[in-house]
Design a binder for this molecule. Structure first.
Ligand SMILES: Nc1ncnc2c1ncn2[C@@H]1O[C@H](COP(=O)(O)OP(=O)(O)OP(=O)(O)O)[C@@H](O)[C@H]1O
Ligand SMILES: [Mg+2]
Length: 361
């Protein structure tokens, strides 16, 4: 949630490109971070997330393009003059300095007197619930505590933008959850803008105001969790965010023919991008498919290949008549109705699927 009186920086990234020799790490990326916004950069390994973050921080110098902070072009400004806090994946604390001196370090670099920087560092440690830990050495802390120290060090000089590069990926699940909440709390309290890199889609969707999805250095889509889940702009985003069934189909110009011959007269709102007669892909979320038919539903006939019970719901795996695998997430109350090898019909309302033309990647 965005704080009402934000002191967060506004970031404008314009046509950012970064090449390492012939390899293009970031390719013509433009995006904005609104003041006080929490934006996640999400994408597979090698998609350019860290390179974008390092360019915002000033540790990477773009091949071309511009980065504006509050309207000021800072593309070529040195990192320490950008007033940006940064947290990396592997804590990167100074092992020979106490916790307090680690947190006070950026203040020392900024020329603050010892008493003042220790007071501010202690305050920052308190804000990450590590008040009283200042005298310890980093190796005397757990992984989660070390990452809190790194967070305290990144916010101690009150930056207006906080950059975080997979900050919790080295932590176990429970600590990761805790640090997510901690980070959200700090974000709300301090009113910072945050750019948060992750390849964990759950982390991205649950923590952020908006998510930017990247692939091969290119921005695919930027939007709220709802936008990305309900209306992915291409097949990559559709497959990357959540689970999705992809069904090869044919668009006749009038309707879409599904495997088994079912004809679907596509509502215009279901078409994503360009759709011309020929091959198409129909995308349906597993939770939109059900075993029970309602009048007017689309029907897909297949054969059950597996039934996986997972508590509240059960995943029914099947293959359609053309061999396409499909999965339906159904209520566990229905699970006894189907066995491997059974013929099955899966149903969904006609407005549940999306259809992508042949050009969508
Ligand atoms: N210093 C470098 N020299 C050469 N190539 C680089 C350099 N840094 C990054 N790259 C390349 O640029 C591309 C993007 O890298 P980047 O680190 O931004 O990806 P990422 O999305 O952060 O991936 P990961 O999730 O694995 O951290 C990759 O193909 C990578 O190999
Ligand atoms: Mg990275």
């Amino acid at each position: 949630m965005k704080p009402s009186t934000s002191t967060g920086a506004a970031i404008r990234i314009r046509n950012l490109r970064k090449a390492f020799g012939s390899a293009v790490a970031v390719d013509d990326v433009s995006l904005d971070v609104e003041p006080g916004e929490f934006l996640a950069l999400l994408g597979p390994s090698g998609s350019g997330k860290s390179t974008i973050l390092m360019s915002i921080a000033g540790f990477e110098s773009p091949t071309s393009g511009q980065i504006l902070m509050d309207g000021v072009d800072c593309t070529h400004i040195a990192p320490h003059r950008r007033n940006v806090g940064m947290v990396f994946q592997n804590y990167t604390l100074f092992p020979h300095l106490s916790v307090l001196d680690n947190v006070a370090f950026p203040l020392k670099m900024r020329g603050l007197a010892k008493a003042e920087r220790h007071a501010q560092a202690e305050q920052a440690l308190k804000s990450v619930h590590l008040g009283g830990y200042g005298a310890r050495m980093p190796h005397q802390l757990s992984g989660g505590q070390q990452q809190r120290v790194a967070l305290a060090r990144a916010i101690v000089y009150k930056p207006r933008l906080l950059l975080m590069d997979e900050p919790f990926s080295a932590l176990d699940k429970k600590l990761r959850q805790e640090m997510r909440l901690e980070t959200k709390r700090l974000h709300a309290e301090l009113g910072l803008s945050v750019v948060f890199v992750t390849h964990d889609q759950e982390e991205a969707l649950t923590m952020s105001d908006r998510v930017a999805v990247l692939k091969d250095g290119r921005l695919q889509q930027i939007g709220s969790a709802h936008d990305l889940y309900e209306r992915p702009v291409n097949l990559f985003v559709a497959g990357f965010i959540g689970d999705m069934n992809f069904i090869p189909a044919t668009f006749t110009g009038e309707c879409v023919r599904l495997p088994g011959g079912e004809a679907w007269s596509v509502p215009p709102a279901a078409v994503v991008g360009e759709l011309s007669p020929g091959s198409a892909t129909v995308a349906i979320r597993p939770e939109r498919l059900s075993l029970a038919a309602n009048p007017g539903d689309l029907r897909l006939a297949g054969r059950v290949t597996d039934v996986i019970y997972s508590g509240a719901d059960t995943l029914v795996l099947a293959t359609l008549e053309d061999g396409t695998p499909i999965q339906a997430r159904t209520s566990s109350l229905d699970r006894h109705r189907h066995r491997v090898g059974d013929a099955i019909a899966l149903h969904c309302p006609t407005d549940a699927p999306l259809v992508y033309g042949a050009a969508s990647a």
